[in-house]
Design a binder for this molecule. Structure first.
Ligand SMILES: [Zn+2]
Length: 156
């Protein structure tokens, strides 16, 4: 402590003494590695990873999470599609939302949505239906479905 006064610079070497440098290092808020959480002590202040391995692992994990998410959505779409097909096979074109949800239908997973007049019309691939807070109705399988997705987008 006494060695720091009166000047914070050691006159002989013309540089800051060790305790001032330690203090300044403590003051600087070091960014943390987005992968391992370690403080990043070297490099630019906007550096996000402590090393190349962490950077690669982080990006690999993100890609893996993204693939897993897509797989879950596709799986749920497939499940929704099977349930809607089942309703159609019974000859009905409507079902209570609570009933189909109890079978595993997830209302928020759809492949299309449009507002036609007063109705919210949803799609699960080539099956279209209207959905309210309590009911799915006008369930219909579109015949001769076209894969011209751009034409669909243009018509809106
Ligand atoms: Zn790291």
């Amino acid at each position: 402590m006494l060695s720091c006064f009166p000047s914070h610079f050691l006159p002989i070497f013309g540089r800051k003494c060790d305790c001032v440098m330690r203090y300044e290092r403590k003051l600087r808020v070091l960014p943390k590695c987005l992968h391992c959480g370690e403080k990043i002590r070297y490099g630019r202040t906007d550096k996000k990873f402590c090393c190349e391995e962490c950077r690669m692992q982080h990006h690999n994990e993100q890609a893996r999470d993204s693939r897993a998410f897509r797989r879950r959505v596709l799986s749920q779409l497939s499940s929704n599609y099977n349930l809607l097909s089942m309703v159609l096979q019974t000859g009905a074109d409507s079902i209570l939302l609570a009933d189909i949800v109890s079978m595993g239908f997830v209302p928020g997973v759809v492949t299309s949505y449009s507002r036609t007049g007063k109705h919210d019309e949803f799609g699960c691939f080539d099956i279209k239906y209207r959905m309210t807070a309590t009911k799915l109705s006008s369930i219909i399988k579109i015949q001769n479905v076209s894969l011209n997705l751009h034409a669909d987008l243009d018509s809106e």
